[in-house]
Design a protein around this ligand. Structure first.
Ligand code: TEU
Ligand code: CA
Length: 554
């Protein structure tokens, strides 16, 4: 397997709005991030993935971009950005930018022109269609509820928006659009950034003729019909040839609805498209039958089956990115661990062990390294995220769900759970801001915060730090082949890694039960690399609640 820096890196995702506020307006900003680079250096991460910092009206918190080459006013200036980049580089930390080019903001200059008349030169930068019998051109639904089409009076036509109406989809079939995007990417690379995380890049190639989707349901989005479309690989190969291959950067595609077979193309080891992709099958396992909203826990047997499929399926032929958390996902301690005082820390460490010993590039989402938890939302008024708000009204008003039934499900899975401010210390607003935070701080910040955890040797923070150190030290953690044991056990996740005769055994008890488990003979003389019950005898045959450990043998 070819060795590269991005396979050996650990990535840390920052959602700038919620990270650190430097000027007291309640909104995290670039200077705030710069002030926390030493914290990240201490944690030991190699790369920052920065959620969008570009100019945006913030309908979807920066995922609706009105100028790809300017910084959002609330986040600072281009000078602030340049300083952050050079301060990060001075510490050996790389910065990967979010690239949101499936759509722009409806306030982007291209769209303003496109919408202005049918014969505007930029008309075909987007998808404009006549209505069908006075209604939407087809049956596609938006990922954020309702139709994916919006009627525009200016020219009496509809435009396509797979996300919010303020996020019109770019027409990638138009070579002029591709050139604009590739040129813009080149300018960022020339500035010295270290790569791109590509937002919903699997959706950029729409099926010819935009036909009705057979299994359409307005609540689902339109996975089936616009993901992995007819020209997506061709366009990414073109992007690779014209931009990516010219720079030493890393790329990760956010490939909604990707299958294993498709991922082998997107992230192929020949390097003709992207370095790696995010797949979402495993984080969909705690959804309900009809949609993602639910109060279910993540079921362990299907989780093991799924992650094993990806671990083994991409070995040697492509590369995995491994994650449980990002700005769209609720906090993993609530999904897979136990947020109670008794088990929060030990279960957070168990989850981290399980993920960070796998093959692929791991991603840590801000606050995950502290074991941050979901927010106790009380009403729809507590939400900021348009996805949660739209879903609540659509499900109650149009679909007839009782608020008391649907609210807990939405609260449990809301993206806002990940977006509450970073908990830095036990001062007011968790040290995130001296002003009024744009989204409420989780009330548990006096107990759960970075200052306390950095100082305490057995904290979740120091456990993540150790996991990252181990990955940097042991090639087997990066490159070793994975094998699952005890596939049917509903509580234990046990797997091995193997590389050139060396072996790792990873044991995680995902339950609050005591369990019997004895490592195989071959590990008896091995070295315990890490464990979340410090000093416990891993060969006593007993696993405590949420106990996790890793044994190495050569
Ligand atoms: O997310 C798109 C995506 O794949 C959805 O599944 C997403 O998880 C959504 O939250 C559904 O629950 C990306 C970004 O990560 C997200 O923040 C943006 O809102 C979206 O694209 C549109 O740009
Ligand atoms: Ca600010």
């Amino acid at each position: 397997m070819k060795k590269t820096w991005w396979k050996e890196s650990v990535v840390y995702q920052i959602y700038p709005r919620s990270y650190a506020d430097s000027n007291g307006d309640g909104i995290g900003d670039i200077n705030g991030i710069t002030s926390k680079l030493d914290y990240l250096k201490l944690l030991g991460i190699d790369v920052i993935w920065l959620s969008p910092v570009y100019k945006s009206p913030n309908d979807d918190n920066g995922y609706d971009i009105s100028d790809y080459e300017a910084i959002m006013d609330e986040f600072g200036t281009m000078e602030d950005f340049d300083r952050m980049l050079s301060e990060a580089h001075a510490r050996g930390i790389k910065i990967v930018m979010d690239l949101v080019v499936n759509h722009t903001s409806d306030e982007h200059e291209w769209f303003l022109e496109s919408r202005s008349s049918k014969d505007n030169p930029k008309r075909d930068y987007y998808f404009w269609r006549e209505g069908r019998d006075g209604k939407e051109p087809n049956n596609w639904g938006s990922w954020f509820s309702g139709s994916a089409w919006k009627y525009d009076e200016t020219t009496d036509m509809y435009y396509l928006h797979l996300f919010s109406p303020k996020q019109p989809d770019l027409n990638w079939d138009n070579p002029a659009v591709r050139k604009e995007v590739f040129d813009m990417m080149t300018r960022w690379c020339e500035k010295g950034i270290d790569g791109f995380r590509m937002d919903v890049i699997s959706l950029i190639s729409k099926p010819a003729g935009l036909p009705d989707a057979p299994l359409m349901n307005e609540l689902y989005g339109d996975c089936g019909c616009t993901a992995n479309g007819p020209h997506v690989h061709e366009y990414l190969q073109e992007m690779n040839e014209k931009v990516l291959s010219k720079f030493d950067i890393m790329t990760v595609g956010e490939t909604a609805c990707v299958t294993l077979e498709e991922a082998k193309k997107y992230a192929n080891s020949e390097g003709t498209e992207l370095n790696m992709v995010f797949q979402f099958e495993h984080v969909g396992l705690d959804g309900d039958a009809e949609f993602k909203w639910s109060t279910r826990k993540m079921p362990l047997v299907p989780l093991k089956e799924n992650l094993t499929k990806w671990q083994k399926g991409l070995d040697e032929v492509a590369w995995n990115s491994i994650f449980f958390c990002n700005h769209d996902q609720p906090r993993v301690v609530n999904r897979l661990g136990d947020p109670s005082d008794e088990y929060r820390e030990v279960s957070a460490k168990c989850i981290a062990t399980c993920l960070h010993m796998m093959q692929g590039t791991p991603y840590v989402y801000q606050g995950e390294e502290l074991g941050m938890t979901n927010y106790p939302f009380q009403s729809v008024k507590d939400f900021n995220d348009l996805e949660s708000i739209n879903a609540y009204y659509e499900l109650t008003e149009k679909m007839g769900w009782k608020p008391s039934e649907i609210f807990p499900k939405i609260a449990n899975k809301s993206r806002d759970n990940a977006r509450t401010p970073m908990q830095w210390d036990d001062s007011p607003n968790a040290g995130f801001t001296t002003g009024k935070p744009w989204l409420a701080v989780n009330p548990n910040y006096k107990k759960v915060n970075a200052a306390e955890q950095v100082a305490r040797a057995d904290s979740v923070f120091n456990y993540y730090k150790k996991l990252i150190e181990l990955r940097h030290k042991y090639e087997i953690i990066v490159y070793g082949h994975y094998d699952l044991q005890l596939a049917e056990d509903p509580e234990l996740y046990v797997y091995t890694r193997e590389l050139d005769g060396k072996k790792l055994l990873v044991v995680c008890n995902f339950s609050d039960n005591e369990r019997e488990f004895m490592p195989d003979e071959e590990f008896r003389n091995g070295e315990v690399l890490i464990q979340n019950y410090e000093g416990s005898d891993v060969f006593d045959g007993i696993l405590s609640p949420y106990e996790a450990y890793v044994i190495y043998t050569e």
